[in-house]
Design a protein around this ligand. Structure first.
Ligand code: BG6
Ligand code: MG
Length: 215
């Protein structure tokens, strides 16, 4: 079936920022005295900042060590470090095939939405120069419920007046794929098949995505 709307996750799908999230969390874990591996990091993809902190503290078996106020300051510490990384982003950090895909979809008249958990999404879009492609931007500031709740995708589709079954979601996270499937959107995984068992189809990068099959 042909679809009329593409909804993109940002971190790890369009832009190579997942590595900076990992580095910033890892620095925090190192400072707190425990190790945080790339495999642990898979659980954080697509997950909101505070929920990510909870998972990180669980990995370090430190869940009970901090008050809510202390946790907020730990999350802020991580975010400050992350923002240092992303303030230097430029178009070289766009992931393979993302710019070409956005251009092709735009030329076909497909509606394009962002559906990202990040509160830093707008800064990232600006720094890599792709803001203008989006008909609607839904980010971590706009939602009240985080992925795997589908709100971040339904808000965009609703604003564009597109039925959910006409939406294709591009995601690198388990939480995001679950969110898309919950409302009948096509859930396309970007990454490695073994990390994304919930996906309807997985593509290693956007470069290998066959646009004509889906749009
Ligand atoms: C998602 C990332 O896009 O945004 C998560 O995959 C991140 O790793 C989440 O925690 C929230 O991002 P931010 O920039 O608001 O801390
Ligand atoms: Mg992502």
């Amino acid at each position: 079936m042909k679809h009329t709307c593409a909804i993109f996750d940002l971190d790890g799908v369009l832009v190579d920022t997942a590595k900076y999230h990992y580095l910033a969390w890892k620095e925090l874990a190192d400072r707190l005295g425990f190790s945080f591996t790339l495999q642990d990091n898979e659980r954080l993809k697509g997950v909101s900042r505070m929920a990510s902190l909870d998972i990180l503290l669980e990995v370090g078996q430190m869940t009970e060590h901090f008050t809510q106020a202390e946790k907020e300051s730990l999350a802020e510490e991580k975010n400050n470090r992350y923002v240092e990384f992303i303030s230097k982003l430029d178009e070289s950090e766009l992931l393979e095939g993302s710019l070409a895909l956005l251009e092709t979809l735009k030329a076909k008249g497909v509606k394009i939405a962002l559906g990202s958990a990040s509160k830093n999404a707008k800064m990232i879009l600006e720094n890599v120069g792709i803001t203008a492609f989006f008909d609607v931007i839904v980010d971590g500031n706009a939602v009240s419920k985080a992925k795997p709740d589908p709100e971040v995708f339904t808000l965009g589709a609703d604003q564009l007046n597109v039925p959910y079954e006409q939406c294709v979601v591009f995601e690198d996270s388990q939480a995001g794929l679950e969110a898309a499937k919950a409302v009948g959107m096509l859930a396309l995984g970007v990454g490695q098949e073994q990390d994304l068992p919930q996906a309807d189809v997985v593509f290693p990068t956007l470069k290998s995505f066959p646009v004509g099959v889906y749009f």
